[in-house]
Ligand binder design. Structure first.
Ligand code: ADP
Ligand code: MG
Length: 200
């Protein structure tokens, strides 16, 4: 595998190795278009069909711009527990070599282990309701956040999470990068982008 197109994206050798080990030969369209923008510090809206590789599209830049042990630097919101697990596992797989730690935070399970892991991780992936719970209990510190991701934003807003999502956004530092990824775009998404993103 020559990985030529991945190499042109200026990703770290470590991450390129992880991508190679996964068997990915070239970036998908959404990856090729958005990874450079994320690395350049821009807010990004990425819209492409389900299965087109949006996780690595936002994940690659985050992994390369996050340092182990420097507080929670990236918060990724997903609409469901299953997606939180999936995205969490994917990010963990690609960042394992770098030593980044990833927590998955969702409802329906006890708080204790989550509270514990939130003290040590670099990246958090979770559902809005439970994340808000942790914020209220002050067991989630967002003061070091550099990246906020709204993943599957269309589904998240369709499921009625808009209020929760807005509360979480407002708890993040304003000088963050905001990344919004979605299979479809809607008026709600346009509203969120206008209100909470910088020149996306
Ligand atoms: P989406 O979030 O757009 O629905 P995912 O990020 O979940 O898509 O990726 C869908 C599938 O495509 C996953 O199984 C993933 O491993 C695979 N995939 C992602 N990027 C690539 C790539 N560049 N080359 C080959 N397979 C890829
Ligand atoms: Mg996805």
């Amino acid at each position: 595998m020559n990985m030529e197109k991945f190499k042109q994206l200026n990703l770290s050798e470590e991450l390129l190795d992880a991508i190679r080990r996964e068997g990915f030969e070239s970036p998908s369209e959404v990856q090729e278009k958005t990874i450079p923008l994320v690395l350049a510090g821009k807010d990004v809206i990425g819209s492409s069909e389900t299965g087109s590789g949006k996780t690595l599209a936002f994940g690659a830049g985050i992994i390369d711009r996050t340092s182990p042990g420097a507080g929670i630097q990236a918060l990724i919101l997903t609409p469901t527990r299953e997606l939180a697990e999936q995205v969490g596992q994917t990010i963990a797989k690609f960042s394992h070599k770098k030593g980044l730690r990833v927590a998955q935070v969702y409802g329906g399970v006890s708080m204790g282990p989550q509270i514990n892991s939130l003290r040590h991780v670099d990246i958090v992936v979770g559902t809005p309701g439970r994340l808000l719970d942790h914020l209220k209990r002050r067991t989630l510190n967002l003061s070091r956040i550099k990246f906020l991701v709204l993943d599957e934003a269309d589904r998240m807003l369709d499921m009625g999470f808009i209020r929760d999502v807005e509360s979480i956004i407002k708890s993040c530092p304003t000088n963050r990068q905001t990344l919004l990824f979605s299979a479809t775009l809607s008026q709600d998404i346009e509203y969120m982008a206008k209100k909470y993103m910088r020149n996306p």
